[in-house]
Design a protein around this ligand. Sequence first.
Ligand SMILES: [Zn+2]
Length: 246
Amino acid sequence: MIPEFGKDKFQCPHCNTLATQEWFNSYNASSAVTKIFNHIFLDYRQGVESYVQNYISIFLKNTNRNFQQVFTKYIPTGFALATCSSCQNFTLWVDEKIVYPKKTTVLPPNDDLDEDIKALYIEASSILIDSPKGSTALLRLALQKLLKQIGGNGKNINNDIKDLVADNLSPQMQKALDLLRVVGNNAVHPGQIDLDDNIEIARKLFDILNYIAYELITKPKELESLYSDLIPLETQEHIKQRDKHK
Ligand SMILES: [Zn+2]
């Protein structure tokens, strides 16, 4: 659960725990302060004559009403803080977007990717919040290198995808590849998809890259090693002969 504005619970970027979040903004600041204020006067009221109680009560009611107005003056509407119940650290939000801490909680890159691709992925995640566009451009480059890792030419993403489709690629995988390619192109050349405002699109592309890596690298690799571990060599030979004569 990545941090999301207004959510009661999310994975804290400081301690990585899925923890309850206490929100503070101009809307709920007044009720928080009213509670504190009332509490202070509760103590005070115990020591005053009963005929004053009524005045204090009216005073408290009026202040309560005025707080909301006063607070919007000092706390801008776009400002919010969420405090983590687990580590007590806070995230800072402006206009419903997280601005502190800068690091994000995208999942780590697939371990079967080449080292330079993993490095690109991590670099892309480190600039995601400041520049979804730059982040997406780096992921596009990572895809280009991934296609080379699985035997493509690595020069032209479109051609590499075309070759894979000709080689019986699943329509689902084709969509995943083209999603990264087309959105990535929009990050590099001016296009129709505006990435400046859309950190969520950029964030999803990280999952898509990992999904592609899992399907095209990890799964075949695991299958291959299971096959060579479990199927006796003699049987492997029979299978080869069978399919030759088909
Ligand atoms: Zn925390």
